[in-house]
Design a protein around this ligand. Structure first.
Ligand SMILES: [Zn+2]
Length: 320
């Protein structure tokens, strides 16, 4: 079997995550991993990239999505209009793409209510949500043709891709592995700084979200003998295995600091975060709050801490 060729197109995004990588596999078929956001600059970049491979948008046979964020699926609807491409993604995130952007706004509200309960100031959250809402202009609703599942093999001529379900930041985050090239397409999963929502899951406890799932997914990926790691952002190949250990070490260090702070008096997650990891920028404060809240949730599950409601109706954590 002749192996397919692989190209990486770096597509600009308006978000603070920076450019997104769109991977093109060309063999008997043309398969895209993610699409980039729906922007004029993104479209130009994709057209040029495909032209270098002797292809056009109308020739794309399949689009494999890793995440329900506009930088990853935003251009999908345009591909749907201009080609017969089959759209594949995980069913657990179907709503975020099909009921777009309403499902994203509902999610942001649910996270906001939960963060507010834990002391995160309203005005600050409006700015956090504002940054996320800004990204919603770069997409259109997209229907999935195939809802993939873990371990499934997708075959397009000589292009073979195995689905690796990696929930954590969202319940339907997926990676793909090409065994002939031994390339692992890992989307947003292997970022040095995971998205804040990979840290806590109290706003939707029944879903496959939060740090336990996130770490499990990183370990799941680490077990794959890939030769080439293809991340959704940045050119640098990340180390999959080391990241899980670094995150676990960091959580243990946070735990020790939390015990010291709570030793004095019960406090909200936001107050605890401000003491153990104070930050100036809004995005950093959100991240520090998310990480602290995630560890507090885990300590609560282990019955090391309990919550009480304070006079403002917020939840405070206390040592047991
Ligand atoms: Zn991303």
């Amino acid at each position: 079997v002749i192996r397919p060729t692989l190209a990486c197109l770096e597509v600009p995004t308006p978000s603070c995550d920076g450019p997104v990588n769109v991977f093109v596999l060309k063999g008997d078929a043309i398969v895209l991993i993610d699409t980039g956001p729906l922007t004029r600059a993104g479209l130009e970049m994709l057209k040029r990239g495909l032209a270098r491979l002797g292809a056009q948008i109308k020739n794309v046979d399949a689009i494999l999505l890793t995440a329900p964020h506009t930088d990853h699926f935003g251009m999908g609807a345009l591909f749907n209009d201009r080609s017969n491409a089959i759209v594949c993604g995980h069913g657990a995130d179907r709503e975020l793409m099909e009921d777009f952007p309403a499902a994203h706004l509902r999610r942001l509200r649910a996270i906001g209510t939960y963060a507010q309960q834990h002391g995160f100031p309203d005005g600050l959250y409006r700015r956090v949500a504002g940054m996320e809402r800004a990204a919603l202009c770069c997409g259109r609703p997209l229907a999935l043709d195939v809802a993939v599942r873990d371990g499934q093999h997708l075959e397009f001529g000589n292009i073979l891709l195995r689905v690796v379900h990696t929930p954590g930041a969202t319940p339907g985050t997926v990676c793909y592995y090409e065994p002939r090239l031994r390339s692992l397409f890992c989307g947003d999963l292997v970022l040095e700084r995971p998205p804040a929502t990979a840290y806590f899951n109290g706003y939707a406890p029944a879903r496959k979200l939060g740090p336990a799932w996130y770490l499990r997914s990183l370990k799941h990926l680490g077990a794959i003998a890939a030769r080439q790691i293809c991340p959704g952002h940045s050119r640098a190949a990340p180390r999959v295995g080391g990241l899980a250990q670094r995150l676990e070490r960091r959580a243990r260090a946070t735990q020790q600091k939390i015990f010291k702070v709570l030793h004095q008096t019960p406090q909200t997650a936001y107050a605890v975060a401000n003491q153990i990891a104070p930050a100036a920028r809004v995005a950093d404060r959100w991240n520090s709050f998310a990480r602290t809240l995630g560890v507090l949730e885990q300590l609560q599950q282990k019955l090391k801490v309990r919550t009480e409601t304070n006079a403002n109706g917020q939840l405070t954590f206390a040592l047991r």
